[in-house]
Unconditional design. Structure first.
Length: 148
């Protein structure tokens, strides 16, 4: 498949439309499950009105991305690394929100746990990007500086 600017625009439009469809279904479900923000009492009074706002909205973004990726990136040999990196960081966000909800506090994962999870997903991405580069010798796999 030729990855032109038109393909990128179509993928963004598909993801946007998927978000428009998912949002009205997911937000009421999150409210029913009481997946709302916990606001610290020592913060500004203006933040208190955000209490109970549904969290875990990243689920919509990742699902929309996966839909667009399934349609437009399935024949791209380097897509797996990008998809797994996106899902990996989405899982870190999901886990962070889950900790906030289950412990009923505004703090999620600790910095050490977040950094450890990011480091793990970075290593997986680098490995997949390297394997893809070896498999497709003429490729231009993009390695983040943290892979070296």
């Amino acid at each position: 498949m030729d990855y032109s600017m038109n393909t990128a625009v179509y993928a963004v439009l598909i993801a946007f439309l998927a978000n428009i469809v998912l949002c009205p279904m997911l937000i009421p479900a999150l409210r029913r499950l009481k997946f709302g923000e916990q606001i610290r009492g020592d913060g500004p009074q203006s933040h208190l009105k955000k209490a109970g706002t549904p969290t875990m909205g990243g689920i919509m973004i990742v699902l929309s991305f996966l839909l667009a990726a399934a349609i437009f990136m399935r024949s791209n040999p380097h897509a797996l690394a990008v998809i797994l990196a996106t899902v990996g960081f989405g899982l870190i966000g999901l886990l962070d929100d889950f900790v906030k909800i289950t412990q009923r506090r505004s703090l999620g994962l600790s910095i050490a746990k977040t950094s450890g999870a990011i480091s793990c997903f970075r290593r997986v991405y680098c490995l997949l990007a390297h394997v893809g580069r070896l498999h497709h010798r003429n490729s231009r796999t993009i390695f983040p500086a943290s892979c070296f």
